[in-house]
Ligand binder design. Structure first.
Ligand code: SAM
Length: 229
């Protein structure tokens, strides 16, 4: 990819302007992101995200946090699962996507706040489930462990984590096309590194797998009592 060429990632981030609160790559074109989400998933987005919501292990009445929620597509699905007796909170540094998510949401138990994954404002142990989808590759490599430790901190003991992110296509020509369209960050992202990062943050991994067409997920839990060193 020619570095001077404008790719999709830069377009969705208004030519890559950095956000003052994070070194993460923030999305500022909410409607364009929604459009690209629909196109890139080729009609499989509703099914893929409904599956992620089920894989999170969330149940009726749970308190859920969605880190890097973007336009709230997964947050709303989480809100449906937990019902009005629970809550789903999406956080994202981008004011633009948070405002878009609020406009799209009817349920009072589904809400959004601006915030960054590497410094969550929630108190310790305040969620039953934390989910994050397609957000880890938006963080610089050295910030990913910090964000995962924050997710660990805000989960109650016994709480569940679901991390999903972009899985490189298996065939080289498709990989090249994706890299040309999306740009450097996605082209170089290795979702396999998530397993080690999640374990290092203190979680016990309980499952992993693929969700078509582009996602790999890891399910983990925060131990009820941490193991003694
Ligand atoms: C590709 S979007 C994914 C949005 C949504 N989770 C989804 O699956 O459609 C990545 C999101 O991560 C957000 N992001 C960037 N830096 C972040 C940070 N430091 N903390 C949390 N989210 C961040 C971006 O603003 C963007 O909305």
């Amino acid at each position: 990819m020619n570095p001077g060429q404008l790719n999709l990632g830069q377009l969705l981030r208004r030519h890559g302007t950095p956000h003052p609160d994070t070194e993460g790559l923030t999305i500022t074109h909410a409607r364009a992101y929604e459009f690209c989400g629909a196109v890139c998933f080729g009609g499989l987005r509703p099914r893929a995200y409904a599956r992620l919501a089920r894989l999170s292990g969330a149940r009726s009445g749970d308190r859920v946090l969605d880190v890097g929620c973007g336009t709230g597509y997964l947050t709303r699905r989480m809100a449906k699962i937990v019902g009005p007796g629970g809550s789903a909170l999406g956080i994202d540094p981008s004011v633009e996507v948070i405002e878009y998510a609020r406009r799209k949401t009817r349920e009072p138990h589904c809400s959004y706040e601006t915030g960054v994954g590497e410094a969550l404002s929630a108190p310790d142990g305040s969620f039953d489930v934390v989910v994050t989808c397609l957000a880890m590759h938006h963080l610089p490599e050295d910030v990913r462990p910090v964000a995962l430790r924050e997710m660990y901190r805000v989960l109650r003991p016994g709480g569940r984590l679901l991390v999903a992110d972009f899985r490189q296509p298996r065939t080289r020509p498709v990989r090249h096309v994706i890299a040309a369209i999306t740009g450097h960050v996605m082209a170089h992202y290795r979702v396999e590194t998530l397993d080690g990062l999640i374990a290092d943050a203190g979680f016990a991994t309980i499952g992993r797998g693929d969700v078509r067409p582009w996602l790999r997920y890891v399910q983990a839990s925060r131990a009820v009592r941490p193991e003694k060193p």
